[in-house]
Structures are given as C-alpha cells and as structure tokens.
Design a protein around this ligand. Structure first.
Ligand code: COS
Length: 396
C-alpha cells in the first residue's frame, strides 16, 4: 500500500516483530521454497501444498489492514519482504505479489468501504488475485485499451480480452480495467476498474503462455464474454477512475518489481562468488584474478546503490503522496542493474554459465522480464522525464 500517511494504521508492524517475521521468512525461503524450485520448474506452477504454506505464512496478507485480516506492513517493510521473495524462484513472488501490491493498493486508494471489506478480506485470506490492464492491442499505451463494460440496468456487462495476465490460470479474484464509454477522448477519462470473481460465467482463461524464464509463474489471456457484474463491482462505484487506479497501483507494482530484481541480483552474485571461489584456473581460484574481481565488485556496488534507492523511495512513500518518479527510477535502475549482474555471473561461469545445469543460466533468463513488465525501461524514462518537466514548469 502506498501513501500510508492516508491510512490510520500507517506505521506498519512494530520493528521487532517485523525483524522476527523477516528471519522466519528467510528460513522458510531457505528450507521450503528453494528446495522446491526444481519441482516448480517441472510442474510449471507452484504446488498446492506450498501455496498453502505461503498462505499460512501470511504472504498474501502482508499489506492488508489488520481489520481485514492482514499484517498492515508499512511500504518499507513490505518492499523489504519482496526483496527476500526475489531470491527464490520468481514463481513464488509472482503468486502473492498481485494480492499484496496492485490489487490491495487499488482497493485501498479507490475502493468503497464495502468493497474493501469484501475484496481485501478475500485477498488476505489467500484467494489469488490478478490485475487486468494489458490487452492484445495495448501494452505501454494503457489508455488505448478496448475491453468494454456497458451498463445494463443495475449491472455492467463486460466483453474483451486481457493479455499476459500474471496468475490468470489460478486467480480467484481480479481487478479488470474496461472502457465504460466508447468515446476515445479525453484519453483516460472513460476507463473504469471492476472487481471480478474469476469464476463468474463468461470468464475464460487461455492456455498458459510459454516463456523465456520465470518458470512456474503463469501468465495467460483472460477472455471476457458477456460477463455480468453488479454495479457494486465498479471500483469506487464511480466510472472513469480506472486509469488513475491502474497508475497508482503501478507505482506500488514498480517498487515491488525493483525489489524483486534486487533480490534476484543478490542471489545471482552469491552464486557467482561461490563459483569464483570454487573454480580453479592457472592453479588458483578464479576469484583471485583481478578481472573477475572487477565483475564481482561492480555487481556488489550496483546492488548497494539499488538497495539505497529502494530504502529512500520507500521512506518517501511513507511521508509523501505520489512517488511515481522515485518508483520508476528505482524500478529502472534495479532491473537494468539486475540484467548486468546476471550477465556478469554467466561470464564468471565461463562455458558452464551457458549450461542449463548451472543456476546462472536460469537466473539470466529469469531476470530479463523485469526490464519489461510493469512498464518497460523506456516507459520508466517517460514517467521520470515527464515529472521533471512538470516540476520545472511549476517552478519546483
Ligand atoms: N498517480 C496519480 N496520477 C497519475 C499517475 C500516478 N501514478 N500516473 C498518471 N496519473 C495521472 C496524470 O497526472 C494525468 O492526470 P491529468 O490528466 O489530471 O494531468 C493522468 O493520470 C493521465 O496521465 P498521462 O498523461 O501521463 O497518461 P498517458 O496516457 O500519457 O500514459 C504512461 C502515461 C505511458 C506513463 C502510462 O500509460 C503507463 O505507465 N504505461 C505503461 C503501463 C504499464 O506499465 N503496463 C505494464 C503492465 S500493467 S500490469
């Protein structure tokens, strides 16, 4: 949840309990999640028993207010948690992070009290959530989406297709953006957000897409054919607020992706360092060679820079309103940094880095999407530069 100052219980969990939770999570990751990675890759999904364990750990309820069954973590606490979840196979984080990130943020900022009570409680209880913004003909240009929601009496009827939707195959609840007026202008004005039960008649899910990496994190199309929902499903019970809800949710999502990329980079560097210490060439561990050390050192310094950005962006989110610039800057830097780190780790491995048998190869593939989803690096540049221009014009 962003802008916690708006929320009465903004302080999050007390520091001691949070550190204890983080220790427990690190053990859970080490003892349960990492050993299950191969199984996740084979099944291409997270096994049910592990999903249950994740629910028991409260991982779907991290950011939900206590009154709806959540832990009410502060932004910093939540994002530090995501960083840890960035270390095991990405499938685990993908499964819980829509609930704790975009879904919860959109509801907290734009939902009515009744909507918050129903949907945040379901989310916190571990009903997997999805977020339907992207479509076959609109990715970066979110405002161009075509899915329609037409008012019929006290209902809305939705038709359209959503694409690349994380968790679509397992989701029980969804926040789906649709156009409530066919008028294309003003560009963002007619986009609304709907809370959907994914078992509703007319909702069907495409076959999970085959991807370059992040095995086990499923994405698929959502096809909406005459899906009838009550007017109470309209987020905030007000038309035209969907674009804002999506953009606000993306600010939160971008902090989360940046943190996940940081976690993955840290794991990759550990892998690279271990290999460099064990692998010998010319009679000594390759870690003793200065050119290998340069790759290790550059990676370590960049990880440190991303960590500092993360902590600063979170601190600002806790004391200030909109942090689109910082969220985009952190997401851009951290995901690009992660790309460089995994590339160096493959290089440190030499020929072994190209083999599927070694972890470096998987980490290299898994990292690639972070520079693309929840806004490409180029979209982050746009967000940053536009904010700079706005501030300049406003004389800030
Ligand atoms: N918080 C609050 N308000 C926001 C906002 C945010 N994070 N982002 C945009 N807005 C507001 C703007 O201030 C603007 O308000 P006014 O009309 O009052 O000035 C309005 O929303 C429209 O914003 P903008 O003009 O920037 O919209 P554009 O259609 O030009 O699109 C981009 C902006 C390209 C940045 C946006 O569409 C985007 O982020 N695209 C990428 C989407 C994405 O990340 N997709 C990945 C998958 S989604 S899971």
């Amino acid at each position: 949840m962003l802008e916690t100052a708006e929320h009465p219980a903004a302080a999050g969990m007390d520091a001691e309990s949070f550190e204890a939770f983080l220790d427990q999570l690190r053990r859970f990751i080490r003892d349960r999640l990492i050993p299950a990675e191969e199984e996740v890759f084979e099944l291409d999904r997270v096994p049910d028993a592990l999903v249950d364990d994740m629910r028991d750990m409260g991982l779907f309820a991290l950011t939900t207010p206590e009154e709806f069954g959540g832990a009410n973590l502060s932004v910093s606490q939540y994002i530090r948690t995501v960083r840890e979840m960035g270390k095991p196979a990405p499938a685990f984080r993908a499964l819980m992070s829509i609930n704790t990130g975009m879904f919860t943020t959109a509801l907290m900022k734009g939902g009515t009290a009744d909507q918050q009570r129903e949907w945040l409680s379901r989310s916190a209880a571990g009903e997997v959530a999805c977020f339907g913004l992207t479509e076959p003909d609109s990715g970066s240009d979110s405002a161009a989406l075509k899915t329609r929601a037409i008012r019929e009496g006290s209902d809305y009827v939705l038709n359209g297709t959503k694409r690349y939707i994380t968790n679509a195959p397992s989701a029980k609840i969804g926040l789906i953006m649709a156009r409530t007026n066919a008028e294309p202008l003003p560009r963002n004005a007619h986009i609304s957000a709907f809370l959907i039960d994914m078992n509703a008649p007319g909702v069907s899910i495409g076959r999970p897409d085959k991807k370059m990496g992040q095995s086990g994190a499923q994405i698929a199309d959502i096809i909406l054919e005459d899906v009838r929902v009550p007017a109470a499903a309209l987020l905030g019970e007000e038309e035209g607020k969907g674009f804002l809800a999506a953009m606000q949710a993306l600010d939160s999502g971008r902090l989360s992706v940046g943190a996940a990329a940081l976690g993955l980079a840290e794991r990759a560097l550990e892998t690279g360092l271990r290999y460099a210490m064990e692998r010998k060439a010319f009679g000594e561990p390759i870690a003793q060679f200065q050119l290998i050390q340069a790759m290790l050192a550059d990676s370590r310094a960049e990880i440190y820079a991303a960590e500092c950005m993360m902590l600063d962006a979170c601190a600002r989110a806790e004391t200030r309103g909109r942090i689109s610039l910082e969220a985009s800057a952190f997401k851009m830097f951290s995901t690009e940094m992660c790309g460089r780190v995994v590339d160096r780790v493959v290089q440190i491995h030499g020929g072994a880095g190209y083999l599927a048998e070694y972890e470096a190869e998987r980490l290299f593939r898994d990292a690639r999407i972070y520079r693309i989803y929840e806004g490409t690096t180029q979209i982050q540049q746009l967000v940053i530069a536009r904010q700079m221009i706005r501030d300049f014009v406003a004389g800030a």
